[in-house]
Design a protein around this ligand. Structure first.
Ligand SMILES: Cc1cc2nc3c(=O)[nH]c(=O)nc-3n(C[C@H](O)[C@H](O)[C@H](O)COP(=O)(O)OP(=O)(O)OC[C@H]3O[C@@H](n4cnc5c(N)ncnc54)[C@H](O)[C@@H]3O)c2cc1C
Length: 184
């Protein structure tokens, strides 16, 4: 799996969904509604509703409660505990909170007009490591220059992207950093 991911990221610029991020919703939502469910966009889950040591529902930001036999959180174990459950509600709480933070990143979203391919852009991610140190992360942000970053051109990867008259293209620069540089 690791080799597949490295191969994909280094050689072909990572997997990209045709049609951009909304393609996920376009494909997932009909399956949910056909099974009698519903999807709500722009509604936050404010907290999980535990009863007798089990999560039995969610409360949303507009004050609605939903009860269910099964509740799945897709925001990670740390995020779920830190933001959606009352502190100390389970004996495994501390174990999860003791997990170290994973790598963080800064993303700079870029907009271009013109022929990005003629200027050297490709569907692959473009990696820059001026010192050759490929494991280095930007641990002293923002005081020093980042030791490495990559730039990708998402619109070049998406055959469904409409360039329009002005040849609009989208890019993203990603710099890996230490969580401590963004932690509250
Ligand atoms: C910099 C970077 C580049 C990447 N590039 C690629 C790539 O090129 N190709 C690729 O295939 N993968 C890529 N990945 C990996 C991919 O983005 C992730 O694996 C994927 O997004 C994980 O999906 P997820 O649904 O588990 O979590 P997420 O995408 O994190 O979805 C969780 C969602 O929950 C929402 N949320 C949080 N709290 C609440 C709440 N209280 N109530 C309601 N909603 C909430 C969040 O806003 C978010 O939309 C990249 C990841 C990173 C960080």
């Amino acid at each position: 799996m690791h080799a597949l991911i490295c191969g994909s990221c280094l050689e072909s610029g990572a997997w990209y969904r045709l049609g951009g991020g909304r393609a996920f919703a376009d494909h997932l939502v009909p399956t949910i509604t056909q099974a009698g469910g519903a999807a709500r966009a722009g509604v936050r889950v404010e907290r999980l509703l535990p009863r007798n040591g089990k999560v039995t529902g969610v409360r949303t930001s507009d004050g609605e409660d939903f009860r269910s036999d099964v509740v799945t959180s897709s925001i990670g174990a740390r995020g779920t505990l830190d933001t959606l459950l009352p502190a100390g509600c389970a004996d495994w709480f501390r174990e999860i909170q003791a997990l170290p933070a994973s790598i963080a990143r800064f993303s700079l979203f870029l907009g271009f007009e013109g022929d990005v391919e003629a200027a050297g852009g490709t569907r692959s991610n473009h990696w820059f490591y001026p010192t050759g140190e490929i494991d280095a992360i930007w641990s002293e942000a923002p005081g020093v220059t980042p030791p490495g970053f990559f730039i990708s051109f998402r619109s070049l990867k998406d055959p469904a992207h409409d360039l329009g008259r002005k040849q609009k293209q989208a890019g993203e620069m990603v710099v890996w950093t230490d969580w401590s540089s963004v932690a509250p």
